[in-house]
Design a protein around this ligand. Structure first.
Ligand code: ADP
Length: 255
């Protein structure tokens, strides 16, 4: 093979890699959105089944139960799809930075996860500041993935009837800081050193047989850092965990 042929092959290889990475990103973002919509649907159907929206006839209830089960199967399939896709690196793709309203992402995400929270009797409280917060300079879909991953973990690693508190504030250094505090199982001393490593799962989570892949935090750390931001946490075993991340504020000149 001469030099030219090798160069051509390399170029073809690079193109292929790029299109694979775009594809995997599309799958991840779409699957997250499908799953959150299905979760919201699950919550609504559950309200019908629990009689919260009035008494249903046996026929209506029978149909609702079928809808509930079908919806649950669909959630399971999307979860498998997400898991399979997560093993590919979804963060290689270029970022599209724009002005992003974080409070809106938080409010939409709370709605999307209300089904999961409702099923565990968990209350999600957004301590939204009175004054309007500055926008972030961010890739909206990727920041949504970051926030939803943290919120999903806060629900997943909480015991029934827990509470999740969300805050957003200016940190004074040109960053917006978001925090998600749970009253969940907490993180072990070993976990405190390794939590952001790829595939790491804390013994506390494994003890409780909570399903996961250990790739979410690894992925979102890269996303936050690609934004010029930072992610960290504080935790106490059996008492709860607070995740923080900060992202630069949007300023006209930055784009
Ligand atoms: P997954 O949840 O799929 O395992 P993540 O990368 O999102 O993957 O999280 C990695 C590990 O960090 C989890 O397996 C769990 O042990 C721990 N973890 C993450 N968030 C929390 C939390 N809020 N409370 C307790 N443990 C957590």
């Amino acid at each position: 093979m001469d030099e030219n042929e090798i160069k051509n092959l390399q170029e073809e290889n690079d193109k292929l890699k790029q299109s694979l990475s775009v594809k995997s990103d599309i799958v991840s973002i779409s699957a997250h959105q499908i799953r959150t919509s299905l979760s919201a649907l699950k919550w609504i159907i559950k309200m019908f089944l629990d009689g919260d929206l009035g008494k249903a006839t046996p026929e209506q209830e029978n149909l609702m139960r079928k809808a509930y089960e079908g919806n649950d199967r669909a959630i399971g399939i999307v979860n498998e799809l997400l898991l399979a896709n997560k093993t590919e690196n979804t963060t290689e793709k270029k970022y599209v930075f724009e002005s992003v309203d974080m409070a809106e992402i938080i409010e939409h995400s709370i709605f999307d996860f209300s089904g999961e929270a409702y099923n565990k009797g968990i209350e999600i409280i957004f301590l939204k500041p009175e004054e309007k917060m500055p926008a972030l300079r961010a890739d909206k879909e990727k920041i949504r993935v970051v926030f939803q991953n943290i919120l999903e973990n806060a629900i997943k690693y909480s015991n029934d009837h827990g509470k999740v508190f969300i805050t957003i504030r200016k940190d004074g250094d040109g960053f917006m800081e978001i925090s998600v505090k749970d009253t969940g199982i907490g993180i072990s001393e070993d976990g405190k050193k390794k939590l952001f490593e790829k595939f790491y799962r804390d013994p506390e989570a494994q003890k409780k047989e909570i399903i996961g892949s250990g790739i979410g935090l690894f992925t979102i750390k890269k996303i936050v850092e690609d934004h010029g931001g930072k992610i960290w946490f504080e935790s106490e075993k059996e008492a709860g965990t607070t995740f923080f991340f900060k992202i630069p504020e949007f300023k006209q000149a930055q784009i």
